[in-house]
Ligand binder design. Structure first.
Ligand code: UD1
Length: 456
């Protein structure tokens, strides 16, 4: 039976969650239309001063949307970064599955009551790796799922073998055919199990944590990832009725329940967006107040940044970052690691900073094998970087020079914007499609604190 989408929402409930009367009456909000412009131009040399609001974490929001598939009740989110392309792709996927999704500003409501198919097709999944996270919830609630193998940033081979093997350990029968993962739960549903991940994986931890909420018995995830986004996802699942302990540790225990209910959840601030703007303040020698940001989620990155000579403070709900432009940045070494180590998603931005620091710094990437794609582009701007295997030596130069460069993946793209902020002359960043996947209103946010930046 197909349920009309209109009958799903209760207007007074939506109003109580912050949706406006106009939005209740109007057509479903598809979010802002994607920009038709595909370049950003930056003229370097401005110190940045002022406030930047930090959005909700994309890497959490995408998973929370999948968690809504675990229940036929409505789930409401605040602080959703709705204008991001990845959020639009995930909305497209959930709507394809049959969910009702309502968005207004940074509010989002999802009802997965009317789900009509458990197949996540290639055309939608290929746009974004985060879509693999529908696999666990669909399998757990409906007993079957067919999900295309994902796409996403080209920063490595990025297999999903651990997701598949761990779901098999919960009793699922899984085959790979024609680019699709076909998964079926045993009669009576998934069975709790002890799962030892051979390697720390954010996505595998999340997929399994969600699947295990509706499994029979207890599941223990050992060598689980500890990222703040996983804790946030777990906290939302607990609000929905899940029984989870050990969040933020390498051992997460989930006691399965028969069903989950609705919830209202404010999404954790985006620590990678926060870290990116911290680097912007450091590079330009400015002072920024990052509004609604949590320093405790960035301890490794902030620790490294303060070694370069940058002052960083948590002030209530905000982080204040500043650097005296008369004192040069000092080089540092960084090595990416799973949380609470230095995040791979900030490696490119820190490398951009090291290109203008005094001395030489060693950048070692241990998470992804192909995450130095920003190096040739930074070199076009005058950076002095030598790559050897998984490491890069960055020798600071007195100045970068504006150039035409190409965005290759999400974090590499933003590293080029950061480099453009300090380069002499104009930098044109082509193919900003990647940037729009993960940075909400970046041109407006940087322009608002004094950067000379525009879409072109
Ligand atoms: C997530 C983030 C991404 C971040 C990454 C590491 C989202 C949408 N993306 O990606 O921004 O850079 O965490 O912090 O949240 N691996 C396997 N087999 C698997 C799964 C992973 O070998 O089944 C490998 C990966 O190739 C990689 C490493 O494990 O080398 C870590 O990947 P993982 O933590 O799973 O990253 P994602 O969840 O894809």
């Amino acid at each position: 039976m197909t349920v009309a989408k209109e009958s799903i929402w209760n207007d007074s409930v939506l109003r109580s969650r912050g949706f406006s009367p106009e939005s209740l009456k109007g057509a479903p909000d598809k979010g802002p239309a994607p920009s038709t412009l595909d370049k950003i131009k930056v003229i370097g040399g401005q110190e940045l001063h002022g406030d930047i609001p930090i959005s909700g974490a994309k890497n959490c929001a995408l998973k929370l949307m999948c968690a809504a598939l675990l229940t036929d009740k409505s789930v409401y989110f605040e602080n959703a970064p709705n204008s991001l392309r990845d959020m639009q792709s995930q909305t497209e996927l959930l709507e394809y599955l049959g969910c009702a999704v309502k968005r207004e500003g940074s509010l989002m409501a999802i009802n997965a009551g009317p789900v009509k198919t458990q197949t996540a097709p290639y055309d939608i999944v290929r746009k974004m790796r985060g879509s693999i996270l529908v696999l666990g919830p669909l399998l757990a609630r409906f007993g079957e799922a067919k999900v295309s193998l994902p796409g996403g940033c080209a920063i490595g081979t990025r297999p999903v073998d651990m997701h598949i093997k761990a779901l098999e350990e919960l009793g699922a029968q899984i085959t790979l055919e024609e680019g699709y993962i076909n998964a079926r739960a045993p009669a009576g549903g998934l069975q709790g199990a002890k799962i030892l991940f051979p390697k720390v994986s954010v996505g595998a931890t999340e997929n399994l944590m969600m699947a295990a909420t509706l499994a029979n018995g207890t599941t223990t995830l050992v060598n689980a990832a500890r990222e703040p986004e996983i804790t946030d996802l777990g906290e939302c699942l607990i609000k929905m009725g899940a029984k989870i302990t050990g969040l933020g540790t390498e051992r997460i225990t989930i006691e399965g329940v028969n069903s989950l209910g609705g919830a209202h959840h404010a999404i954790v601030p985006d620590r990678i967006e926060t870290g990116t703007y911290m680097v912007a303040a450091a590079m330009t020698g400015g002072s920024l107040r990052l509004k609604n940001a949590r320093l405790e989620h960035l301890s490794a990155a902030a620790g490294h940044l303060s070694q370069t000579g940058v002052a960083i403070d948590q002030d209530g709900a905000d982080i204040i970052v500043s650097r005296d432009p008369n004192i040069p940045l000092k080089s540092i070494d960084i090595m990416t690691e799973p949380h609470p180590g230095f995040p791979t998603d900030l490696q490119a931005q820190f490398m951009a900073m090291l290109t203008i620091a005094e001395g030489a710094g060693l950048v070692t990437e241990t998470i992804f094998e192909n995450r130095f794609m920003h190096v040739p582009e930074l070199s076009r701007m005058g950076a002095n970087i030598t790559v050897q295997g998984h490491s890069a030596i960055v020798r600071g130069v007195p100045k970068l020079t504006g150039a035409e460069v190409m965005a290759t993946d999400l974090r590499a793209s933003v590293a080029l914007v950061l480099a453009g902020l300090v380069a002499e002359g104009e930098t044109t960043i082509n193919r900003i499609y990647h940037l729009e996947r993960g940075y909400e209103n970046i041109v407006e946010k940087l322009g608002g604190v004094g950067a000379n930046i525009k879409h072109a």
